[in-house]
Write a protein that binds this ligand. Structure first.
Ligand code: B1M
Length: 208
């Protein structure tokens, strides 16, 4: 679809205004916001990711692409949240200690909000202690933990151990590029999702 190609192209160039405008236009033309996210933003961002890996683009290009994606998200987010008149539960989410990656986490948030969940975002570099404190304060149905580095995924285990006394009240889902179902099982998570869309499905199952 032409408009999705234009969104992807603008995002990869890091043209935030163009991404915002094109995304708004796509929504106005009746394109499903989830399609814009999955086939526009996520596809373009994964191309940027591959180019970054292959040293075809460098950190500044990645950062401007991420900023453009956030601009596009701002344009489509109200239309996702529009479905969410009744909250289906509360999800507490954060990126683990030592990890500053938040693009994937933010996509998960947007998709969860679109799916009708209230989301409490703890941000990045979140310690196990902070997760536990936030569980006490917010009483979520689900804790969602994101990590993008092979060196930080082990910190998910610390969060899960810290929440030992709350496991009858809260379910735990983990995800992020280096996380696998096998790893999730080993650290005792209740669920694993490979992407933002399946995270919403899994959270729905968890809140039952
Ligand atoms: Co970083 N980085 N980075 N980086 N970065 C990766 C992850 C890397 C794979 C790049 C590479 O070398 N090929 C590599 C990790 C290698 C490894 O550990 N195996 C890496 C590295 C090494 C680093 C630094 C160490 C680089 C350095 O400084 N030498 C450094 C670490 C900083 C730190 O965290 N302490 C670093 C820094 C950065 C930037 C700041 C420049 C920037 C982050 C900006 C930001 O997030 N605000 C950045 C970026 C953008 C990337 C890449 C290019 C893209 C990540 C991304 O946003 N992808 C990435 C390379 C790549 O992915 N190919 C890379 C798009 C996003 C939509 O996908 O986050 O996977 P993703 O999220 C998906 C799923 O994973 C899933 O859903 C999302 C959408 O479908 N998901 C969940 C995510 N969380 C979930 C939670 C769930 C469920 C699903 O439930 C709870």
């Amino acid at each position: 679809m032409k408009i999705l190609d234009e969104i992807k192209e603008a995002l990869m160039k890091g043209d935030a205004n163009q991404v915002r405008e094109q995304a708004a236009k796509a929504v106005a033309e009746g394109l499903d916001p989830v399609t814009i996210i999955n086939d526009g933003f996520i596809t373009a961002m994964s191309i940027i990711g591959t180019k970054f890996k292959n040293n075809e683009v460098y950190v500044p290009e990645v950062l401007v692409a991420a900023r453009a994606m956030h601009a596009g998200m701002d344009a489509v987010k109200p239309f996702l949240a529009g479905d969410a008149l009744q909250e289906k539960g509360t999800v507490l989410i954060g990126t683990v200690k030592g990890d500053l990656h938040d693009i994937g986490k933010n996509l998960v948030i947007i998709m969860l909000q679109g799916g009708g969940f209230k989301v409490v975002d703890l941000g990045i570099d979140v310690s196990a202690e902070k997760f536990v404190e936030a569980v006490k304060e917010n009483k979520p149905d689900v804790v969602a933990i994101s990590a993008l580095l092979t060196s930080t995924i082990i910190n998910m285990k610390g969060v899960i151990e810290g929440l030992a006394d709350y496991r009858d009240q809260v379910k735990i889902i983990v995800g992020g590029a280096p996380v696998t179902q096998d790893f999730a099982d080993k650290i005792g998570a209740d669920a694993y999702a490979p992407d933002a869309a399946s995270a919403v499905e899994k959270v729905r199952e968890l809140v039952g």
